[in-house]
Design a protein around this ligand. Structure first.
Ligand SMILES: Nc1ncnc2c1ncn2[C@@H]1O[C@H](COP(=O)(O)OP(=O)(O)OP(=O)(O)O)[C@@H](O)[C@H]1O
Ligand SMILES: Nc1ccn([C@H]2C[C@H](O)[C@@H](COP(=O)(O)O)O2)c(=O)n1
Length: 232
């Protein structure tokens, strides 16, 4: 059994990566890293500072020195930039619509990927492990993780979940309003990361027909099978 358990989880938008990863980290008693929150916080910072997201060099410079403090407690993953708590602000439709420009900036990505590796090592040192989730964790950030999972769900299920989360229901109008933030964003993000099919050694967990607890249990089963680690 590895002393410091590293778990990498990738998947498309709305597949349940964040919520499932947090629950998995809690059950294993280890820290959590939401790498999407790092791209979102950088986007928030650029918008706040008046940095033009089309100015690749300016955004790249910002990536190197934005004052990010990312919470790694799966029960309360607070995100702060400078003195501002941006935990809610980075989830607004404005940031969600803009983040793709930052995440597809190929000069920004290596800077955040390096920071993510360092954070994962620090979290594992502190808590005995780390569950990190995003789009390129299994392939680029942590290809040597003890457990690598591609968490998927059908487009229909992902739209239904996000629509329910944002609008309280999944009626046709709400689903249509949600479509861009899932389908368009995934198409753009997929131009720089591989999260639509599993790479070699990555286990696919399809949650289309699972409820939330079922998804958590499916991931924990893979963890136990691969590492012998039993959740609490
Ligand atoms: N198996 C599931 N069944 C039903 N609902 C789920 C399931 N997994 C997650 N959800 C719900 O779906 C919504 C989206 O999940 P979550 O935010 O974790 O997805 P995500 O993959 O992290 O998305 P994004 O990459 O866009 O941040 C949440 O409201 C979550 O509670
Ligand atoms: N490792 C990652 C994590 C996230 N992204 C992109 C994908 C989204 O456009 C954006 C925000 O992610 P979310 O919070 O919706 O999971 O960041 C990425 O390219 N690589």
């Amino acid at each position: 059994m590895p002393e410091q358990l590293i778990i990498a989880i990738d998947g498309p938008s709305g597949s349940g990566k964040s919520s499932v990863s947090r629950a998995v980290a809690s059950r294993l008693g280890v820290g959590y890293l939401d790498t999407g929150a790092m791209y979102r916080a950088l986007t928030w910072w650029c918008l706040d500072q008046g940095i033009d997201l089309d100015d690749r060099d300016a955004v790249t410079d910002a990536a190197g020195d934005y004052p990010l403090a990312i919470g790694t407690d799966p029960e309360d993953p607070v995100v702060q930039v400078g003195d501002t708590d941006v935990t809610q602000a980075i989830r607004t439709p404005e940031v969600t619509a803009a983040v793709t420009k930052v995440a597809t900036n190929t000069d920004v990505r290596p800077i955040l990927q390096l920071a993510q590796r360092d954070l994962m090592a620090a979290i594992a040192e502190d808590t005995g492990g780390c569950v990190a989730e995003g789009r390129d964790i299994t392939t680029v950030v942590a290809p040597d993780a003890h457990v690598r999972i591609l968490l998927t769900a059908s487009e229909e299920a992902r739209l239904r979940r996000r629509s329910t989360e944002l609008h309280g229901h999944a009626e046709a109008e709400a689903v249509a309003a949600t479509r861009d933030s899932i389908v368009k964003r995934d198409a753009a993000d997929a131009t720089v990361s591989q999260f639509t099919t599993a790479s070699d050694g990555v286990v696919t967990v399809d949650t289309s027909d699972l409820d939330f607890e079922g998804s958590v249990d499916a991931v924990l089963t893979v963890v136990t099978d691969r590492t012998g680690r039993v959740p609490r």
